[in-house]
Design a binder for this molecule. Structure first.
Ligand code: F3S
Length: 644
């Protein structure tokens, strides 16, 4: 039996374990990426590892999230990242160069390599046949220091695409259709591998949109073969030498498969609250809109923005609609300027924003109270726009542009002939805003502003606990709900004491005070606890406030690893209905812990308040148990010396 593409890349990079679904393995990491929102913490952690230089083939630090410089904090973080990159050997993509995933796809991603990114949308680069995985910053720091990336081998799902996209349809509709079918938990523990003649017909930037939002399925990563489309993309970027053919063997086996006929798709849109609340656009057509946002790492390629510009060309958006555009990179902005698309967008009334994440994570352009915002982004968790509650829809650039013009949601198929924009034969490679590290870093001094506070470390856990439930949440709690992002909190990312004041702000603003008063406690969650952003602050800050365990119906992959990395024990109800047997304020007791955890046996939790025993399970590997008992990954690595 042959190998699928994911198995091929995993096998070539295997440094520990056996590449079988469900087994923990260590994978050699070729490339890493971090960005300013989470990267300051990752760099502080890297510094704490006392390693002189990054060991990867390529590590890049992007500044793309927190570009508002209304005080010294973000500016100081930019300076810290620039100097730390120079000292330790990372490329530094300056503020203004673009969004990490778009720039990495343009300039650095290579077929057959492994890429570990401190951002959940790192799988975007699966579009060129890279195994690109998002992780917590501490895992990325360990990889930069030369360590392997440890994870449980996912199942591989073959997504067989047939047919071709009809006019007015785009690859955003492909991933929205998968979200409609599978939901935000449908990809958990899975790699989505795209094959078939339908996949072969998609351009690299179309594939990137699909891989990007595979994260919203909960998938570990998504990837396409490295074929002629990838060769064309790399040659157009002046990087043809990086191309090599890579595909699944003809007789490859998969754990599961999904068929999707591209010809059968119709325009889709995700309704407010979750990326999987997907309906045909025609069902919500006519809904009045106040704001339309183009861009983000999902849909800000040259083709995306030129298509939107072609729809808007010669027309003006109504007075009640605010249209914003966040180009994905300097390359995209320069090229749409030279092709005339930028002029068309400006003439249509668009507000051209910085080359950054911007409204995607609530950094500016928060919608008005009650306003409807239609965005080409990847997430619409309630409150992520920085207005709470909000009404954010997610759709393709085509639907967004048509909607902006009409002032109401529009099924674009009613508009006549669709514009056709092909990717350019030649992009404009320009790496002037990527600063390479000096060959000799001995003269580089790392500059730290006063907002960069020392890194807190977890204590070693005790063998058992008797603690109150500090908070009980519902299902699908995102890391945005554990610790929000955006303009308000971005500047505090490297200041743990200050940002801890906002933990669970959207669910219960009294949490930090109550946690401090209790001294320590437990959080109880529903299904898919910790979905969304990879931000490790969603584990680090609760650890700082004394959270010792999270007991949930299930966990999102990256967040579960982050909890272990910060010595918070993730436990799961053996019977999900026992979730109802615990309430906020209950006192929970676990008499002994370590021996039961190590034996892989079921744990009996005593709900002292309700006089009831509850059975819990865990999925920690032997290595993760060691990390937990050491008091987190940083303590584990320093106890063991430099990562293997
Ligand atoms: Fe940035 Fe939003 Fe992507 S925050 S990295 S544009 S998901």
């Amino acid at each position: 039996m042959g190998l699928n593409l994911a198995q091929k890349i995993i096998t070539r990079h295997l440094v520990e374990g056996e590449a079988k679904a469900g087994q923990e393995i260590g994978l050699a990491v070729d490339q890493t990426l971090i960005h300013d929102a989470l990267g300051t913490m990752a760099c502080l952690q890297f510094e704490a590892m006392d390693v002189p230089r990054v060991s990867t083939r390529l590590s890049v630090c992007y500044v793309d999230h927190s570009l508002l410089q209304v005080g010294f904090e973000n500016s100081d973080d930019h300076v810290y990242l620039r100097t730390v990159a120079a000292k330790y050997g990372l490329l530094f993509s300056r503020p203004g160069n673009g969004i990490c995933h778009q720039v990495h796809l343009e300039r650095f991603a290579e077929p057959g390599t492994t890429l570990l990114g401190g951002d959940s949308h790192t799988p975007t680069c699966g579009a060129v046949g890279a195994l690109a995985i998002g992780a917590g910053g501490l895992d990325v720091a360990a990889a930069m220091a030369g360590g392997a990336y440890y994870f449980t081998v996912p199942k591989v799902v073959r997504v067989n695409l047939t047919g071709r996209l009809q006019p007015w349809l785009s690859s955003k509709d492909v991933i929205l259709e998968l979200l409609r079918r599978l939901g935000v938990k449908g990809g958990v523990g899975r790699i989505m591998e795209y094959t078939g003649e339908g996949a072969a017909g998609l351009t690299v930037t179309e594939r990137a949109t699909i891989c990007n939002m595979g994260t919203e399925l909960g998938a570990t990563t998504s990837l396409f073969p490295s074929d002629e489309m990838v060769r064309a993309h790399l040659e157009a970027q002046g990087r043809g030498g990086s191309w090599r053919p890579l595909a699944a063997d003809p007789d490859a086996s998969y754990d599961d498969s999904i068929d999707l006929d591209l010809s059968s798709l119709e325009p889709l849109i995700a309704c407010p609250g979750s990326p999987d609340r997907v309906v045909p656009v025609r069902e919500v057509a006519g809904t009045a809109v106040d704001q339309v946002c183009l861009g983000s790492c999902t849909n800000s390629s040259y083709a995306d923005l030129m298509t939107a510009a072609a729809i808007l060309k010669g027309k003006t958006v109504p007075g009640g609609v605010s249209l914003t555009v966040s180009p994905g990179s300097r390359q995209v902005l320069r090229m749409i300027a030279e092709a005339g698309g930028l002029t068309d967008l400006i003439a249509a009334g668009a507000r051209i924003l910085e080359l950054s994440c911007g409204p995607c994570n609530g950094t500016g352009q928060a919608p008005a109270t009650g306003a409807v915002s239609v965005r080409t982004f990847n997430r619409n968790f309630t409150g992520r726009s920085a207005t709470n509650p909000d009404r954010v829809y997610l759709c393709s650039p085509v639907v967004a542009a048509a909607t902006a013009l009409a002032g109401r949601i529009v099924d674009p198929r009613t508009l006549g002939a669709a514009p056709k924009i092909a990717p350019p034969l030649r992009y404009l490679p320009d790496d002037a805003m990527v600063i390479p590290p000096p060959a000799d870093p001995s003269g580089v001094a790392v500059r730290r502003g006063p907002n960069i506070k020392p890194l807190p470390r977890a204590d070693r856990p005790g063998d058992g606990f008797k603690l109150p439930v500090l908070l009980k949440t519902g299902d699908n709690v995102s890391t945005d709900e554990i610790i929000p992002s955006g303009a308000k909190l971005g500047p505090l990312r490297s200041n743990v004491p200050a940002s801890a004041e906002y933990v669970f702000e959207r669910l219960d603003a009294t949490f930090p005070n109550r946690a401090r008063q209790a001294g320590a406690g437990v959080v109880v969650g529903g299904w898919n606890y910790g979905q969304g952003s990879s931000r490790e602050h969603a584990a680090l800050l609760p650890m700082y406030l004394g959270v010792k365990a999270v007991i949930a119906k299930s966990f999102a992959r990256i967040h579960q690893s982050n909890l272990v990395n910060f010595a918070i024990l993730p436990l799961t109800f053996a019977d999900a209905s026992d979730y109802d047997a615990v309430d906020q304020g209950d006192l929970l007791e676990m008499a002994t812990l370590f021996a039961t955890l190590a034996a892989g046996e079921r744990l009996v939790l005593r709900n002292v308040t309700k006089h009831r025993d509850i059975v819990l399970v865990h999925s920690l590997t032997a290595r993760q148990l060691e990390i937990y008992r050491a008091g987190g990954l940083l303590n584990y690595l320093s106890g063991k010396g430099r990562p293997a």
